[in-house]
Design a protein around this ligand. Structure first.
Ligand code: NDP
Ligand code: 8X3
Length: 265
């Protein structure tokens, strides 16, 4: 509603899953003078999503699709200054871009997979945060704005076949926690949302495009939908300025830990 009116919101990884749903949810919740910057590598998909959003909520929301690979530091460095002026005054950053590659165990982990996961999930998220903090720090007396990081249950516990992914999300969690402390004298809110199992392209990416392997992950369970997490992101951003939803863990009902899953036979 009203609290989000006129805000400029940047979502990374907005071409699919949680990021796409988050963009749509912001537009639906606050269609008045909202400025949405949708970023990801797949620019054509972002353009389609931008059109869908405009069609659904009308012209009150300005949607800008921007190609951005967060794993490329030089792209992140020039991101803000390359935005059109009217989109540069960012209020909310949703650091959602992220991925998992493979299920290899220590000893067999591919160096490329490891590098991609860290460059995207960790370094990319940190670089984005720093770029946008420069904008936040110019606002108010000491700075104001929201950084919303999408962590994971995988950042709170390691599971077999997920050591690198889990390590990246643990890094996100610790960075987020420390950053909140570092920014305590500002009005910058640092927020972490940790989903459990959500059905998106996540598992398709994990298995290198093998849809049948991905589908097995969700057999006999009812995972969260990306909309479920989008609602929590928009909820957190929409709290009164003095309220910080610092840390939220969200499971589907059948899940109680990364690998504690009740499956219907
Ligand atoms: P999807 O695969 O559906 O979406 C991932 C998004 O990240 C895509 O839009 C993709 O866009 C983007 N992305 C990947 N690499 C990059 C990059 N280098 N630069 C910019 N964007 C990139 O998965 P989810 O929606 O599930 O994932 C979103 C976040 O949620 C991730 O951080 C993930 O770790 C986290 N998460 C997911 C859970 C799940 O069970 N699904 C549970 C807990 C957390 P493109 O390919 O166009 O660049
Ligand atoms: C995604 C959840 O536990 O499948 O972050 O890795 S998990």
């Amino acid at each position: 509603g009203k609290r989000l009116e006129g805000k400029t919101i940047v979502v990374t990884g907005a071409s699919s899953g949680i990021g796409k749903s988050t963009a749509v949810e912001f537009a639906r919740t606050s269609p008045k003078n909202l400025k949405l910057v949708l970023t990801a590598r797949r620019i054509d998909t972002l353009k389609q999503i931008a059109e869908e959003i405009k069609k659904e909520v009308g012209e009150g929301v300005k949607v800008l699709p921007v190609q951005l690979d967060v794993s490329k530091p030089e792209q992140v460095r020039s991101f803000v200054r390359n935005l059109p002026q009217e989109f540069q005054d960012i209020d909310v950053l949703v650091n959602n871009a992220g991925l998992v590659k493979g299920v290899d165990k220590a000893g067999d982990i591919k160096e490329d997979d490891m590098e991609t996961m860290f460059a995207t999930n960790v370094t990319g998220l940190i670089n984005m945060s720093q770029a946008v903090l420069a904008v936040f720090k110019k606002r108010g007396e000491s700075g104001q704005g929201d950084i919303i990081n999408i962590g994971s249950i995988a950042g709170r516990e390691g599971y077999p076949g997920g050591s690198i992914y889990c390590a990246t999300k643990a890094a996100v969690r610790t960075f987020t926690d420390a950053m909140r402390r570092e920014l305590i004298a500002t009005r910058i809110r640092v927020i972490e949302i940790d989903p459990g199992q959500v059905e998106t392209e996540f598992s398709v990416v994990r298995f290198g495009g093998d849809k049948s392997k991905a589908d097995k992950v969700y057999e006999g369970v009812t995972p969260l939908t990306p909309e479920d997490i989008a609602e929590t992101v928009v909820f957190a951003a929409g709290r009164p300025e003095n309220v910080v939803v610092a840390d939220m863990l969200v499971f589907p009902n059948h899940q109680a830990a990364a690998t504690v899953m009740h499956r219907k036979p």
